[in-house]
Design a protein around this ligand. Structure first.
Ligand code: FES
Length: 71
């Protein structure tokens, strides 16, 4: 299955597919076989790298996407 990664404007990255998630040292991160995980991108989670909903408390809002460079 193809992996799909989609950002939420005020929250995590939603990763869907056959997921093999590892930490900085390459150790597996338990996902319980889920086909969908939420990766924190606000930095406030207590269960890194997964989202725990803390973005709601901090009011995180992602910056708008960068404009493509025009030559
Ligand atoms: S994006 Fe949800 S806790 Fe960081």
């Amino acid at each position: 299955m193809k992996v799909r990664i989609s950002p939420r404007a005020r929250g995590p990255l939603v990763v869907e597919g056959d997921i093999d998630l590892v930490d900085l040292d390459g150790r597996p991160v338990e996902t319980a076989g889920r086909q969908r995980v939420l990766l924190c991108r606000c930095g406030a989670t207590r269960v890194r790298p997964l989202c725990d909903g803390s973005h709601n408390r901090t009011g995180f809002e992602a910056p708008p996407p960068a404009e493509p460079e025009v030559e």
